[in-house]
Design a protein around this ligand. Sequence first.
Ligand code: FAD
Ligand code: YCP
Length: 398
Amino acid sequence: LAAQTMKQPLEMSSEVYDCIVIGAGIQGSCTAYQLAKNKQKTLLLEQFVLPHSRGSSHGQTRVIRKTYEEDFYVQMMHESYELWAQLEREAGVELYRRTGLLVMGPENGEGFSRLKATMQRHKIPTVFLEKQEFSQHIPNVNLADGNGALIDTFAGVLYADRALRAVQRLFQSCGGVIKDGEKVIDIRPGAEVTVTTDSGVYRGRSLVITAGPWANTLLRHTGLQLPLKVVKINVCYWKEEIPGTYSVGQSFPCFIEMEPKEGEYDIYGLPSNEYPGLMKVCYHMGSETEPDERDKQTDRGDIDILVRFVTRCLPGLVPVPAVVESCMYTVTPDHNFVLDSHPTYGNIIIGAGFSGHGFKFGPIIGKLLSQLAMGQVPSHDLSPFRIQRFQSHARSSL
Ligand SMILES: Cc1cc2nc3c(=O)[nH]c(=O)nc-3n(C[C@H](O)[C@H](O)[C@H](O)COP(=O)(O)OP(=O)(O)OC[C@H]3O[C@@H](n4cnc5c(N)ncnc54)[C@H](O)[C@@H]3O)c2cc1C
Ligand SMILES: O=C(O)[C@@H]1CCCCN1
């Protein structure tokens, strides 16, 4: 009996991978695919059995847009759109549906003005709507007094779950190995990084950590902690009084309401599509949570804000959420991503802190992290995403 219950030592695989990627969310899966495409022998490790709904990449839809205030995001999105189209061709599935994105925000506010200026500077196809023509273009939406409105005409919806599956399949078809249901429990840095899971030991010449809400849990093994806040998002679906009013079929766009009230975060919505008769409208922030105990977080303050917004602005919806699902954001202090090598170990690459807006960048982030892992010069300027910025932030606030 004693022999039966005795734990076997974990076996070290004789194989040395060019790269090991931890975390098979959208960022890790896209990175692994780029590496395999570049003939790198790549292992993708995932703690849960795939597919799962415990991280940040599950659910049927995400917004894709170029509507950003910052030039660097617009520049990355130019290429990301091309890479999504390439993925659609390679996988033979539709991943993007063009719907347009309506942005409403305080007309003379800083954020909305900056957004308008960036759109014009980059010549993004945009329609600027005057107050008096708004309801003719966008029926069943009340534009708040003092708000301006614009439409990014190439924005739309990404089919998220389908995209994740497609990328993982493409990775495997290039010879990549996925081991799911294997949780990484230790990382030993070195010229060859040793990664221990609950069922095996693996070695890689480089390591990419794309662990979403668990980034800091893993980084602890490397002596690094980032200022990341994990929040639970209540993903709310609202019933249409008349089914189809806000649907993709009726060409209703995605929308963002910037800063609905001073001190509040954005509210955004996607046309009804995945659940016929239900429209997704969410608050762009949530309450802090432990990633392993997400559903212990039961704060509904965000839902109260949404009920007020829906009542005021979307009169064709029943102002009580009909379905509430859960997801998590991993938020940095400036809401910009972390895309960098580890400050001490150059062959450990980190993709983290996607702050609730990273899905649309998946393919370009995959390309950039794979370039870092292969020791190449990244093809976009990564200075806004450096870990170093947090140190100067801390110092300047002293
Ligand atoms: C409600 C909601 C709405 C959003 N809307 C949009 C949108 O409209 N547009 C947009 O662009 N973005 C949007 N986002 C953001 C986007 O979905 C995320 O930025 C993106 O999914 C982050 O992906 P990730 O791969 O970093 O994280 P994750 O998907 O969480 O992947 C990390 C993976 O690492 C695994 N892992 C962690 N620890 C270990 C370990 N020890 N061993 C093995 N595996 C491990 C996890 O299980 C997980 O699968 C939204 C997010 C949410 C939650
Ligand atoms: O990334 C996006 O586009 C969505 C909508 C706006 C808020 C963040 N999430």
